[in-house]
Design a protein around this ligand. Structure first.
Ligand code: AQP
Length: 334
């Protein structure tokens, strides 16, 4: 049984990095896999939100983004994490196994906690344990993620192995990360050294799936570049992070390789190249944003998709959780 699990935090506007790095791979995998679970991980969002007032509406927006990007609710299970409470039970069981040293090594915790480590919440440190529970609760075999989540998938594989050894049961197989395509790490449009992110305070740092045509054009026009012309091979981009990022976006949207793109624009400045990227975004991203808006207007339909998804996810989760409870020796409830 090949089963995909993929999770997305409803922490703001869904952006091009989320789409090219992970959502689009889920759409492709939908055709190859036996079962596809795609989840709005609202409980994970709570680890970094300072204000929860948009949590529910962002959860609906994320679900709309899945469907608008091509996730078919008839072929995939679309649901909100908090609608399946067993994620938390399994997370607790894993928490009682996970050595603290493993969590202290997580680079995302170091980045997100930053200098405020002592005041960071326990949830931020424990995030990868909940993420392991999200995936292993369904015995998922494939996890499409962007490059930034690679370390967390490694941790969930380690946890699956540790659980099996501790309880002498081969309950969990090791899930495979699916990190593929030319855009596994899309960088900020303002700084080629930082990841494109929902929480970046500058809206000009990212392309949101819901940006209109004018906004797309302005953001690409303003995107940081350098003063050199484009090189004739991708190798020439190695020390030019902003230019490399734009070429990766172009490659991911057009299906051309970075070398083909460099050959096409070699020796030119960035203006024609940027116009072409804008046109690609208008062709591929604008219709997704328009569909998200349409789906959001029919809120009830989205809510019923999430309800059906949660029912299907709960069924699967209950079945697996009974095996886990038995393996760890908990008394069976009558
Ligand atoms: N810049 C990116 N490039 C490629 N993939 C990315 N992903 C996120 N940013 C990029 C992938 O999108 C999936 C969902 O991520 P998430 O929303 O659950 O969490 P995140 O990685 O923390 O995303 P953001 O946008 O950076 O949100 P904030 O600012 O709230 O922390 C994951 O598979 C991720 O790899």
């Amino acid at each position: 049984m090949k089963r995909v699990f993929s999770g997305y935090r409803p922490t703001g506007d869904v952006h091009l990095g989320n789409y090219l790095g992970a959502i689009r791979n889920c759409v492709f995998l939908q055709k190859e896999m036996d079962e596809n679970l795609i989840c709005v991980v609202d409980l994970h969002a709570m680890t970094t939100l300072s204000d929860n007032k948009n949590l529910a509406s962002d959860t609906l927006m994320m679900a709309a983004a899945f469907i608008a990007s091509g996730i078919d609710p008839n072929r995939s299970i679309i649901f909100a994490q908090s609608h399946v409470p067993l994620h938390l039970e399994l997370s607790w069981i894993f928490s009682c196994l996970t050595p603290l040293g493993w969590l202290n090594r997580m680079t995302q915790f170091k980045e997100k906690a930053d200098k405020n480590r002592e005041n960071s919440c326990l949830g931020l440190l424990a995030y990868p344990v909940l993420m392991a529970a999200d995936v292993l609760l369904y015995k998922a075999t494939h996890v499409p993620v962007g490059e930034d989540q690679k370390q967390h998938v490694e941790l969930m594989r380690d946890l699956a192995g540790l659980f099996n050894r501790t309880f002498s049961k081969d309950l969990f197989s090791l899930p495979e990360p699916v990190i593929t395509g030319p855009a596994t790490r899309i960088m900020s449009l303002r700084d080629g050294a930082s990841k494109m992110s929902k929480s970046d305070i500058s809206d000009y740092s990212r392309i949101n799936l819901m940006d209109d045509a004018d906004t797309l054009a302005i953001k690409i026009r303003k995107a940081k570049t350098d003063t050199d012309p484009l090189p004739d091979t991708a190798k020439g981009l190695e020390t030019r992070p902003e230019a490399r990022n734009l070429v990766s976006i172009y490659a991911a949207l057009s299906g051309q390789t970075a070398d083909q793109i460099c050959q096409k624009f070699a020796g030119n400045n960035f203006s024609t190249f940027k116009e072409d990227i804008t046109n690609l975004l208008i062709e591929h991203i604008l219709p997704i944003g328009q569909e998200i808006q349409r789906l959001l207007k029919e809120g009830k339909h989205l809510e019923s998709i999430l309800k059906t998804g949660a029912e299907r996810a709960n069924l699967l989760a209950n079945k697996h959780m009974n095996d886990v409870r038995e393996a760890v020796g908990l008394l069976k409830a009558l």
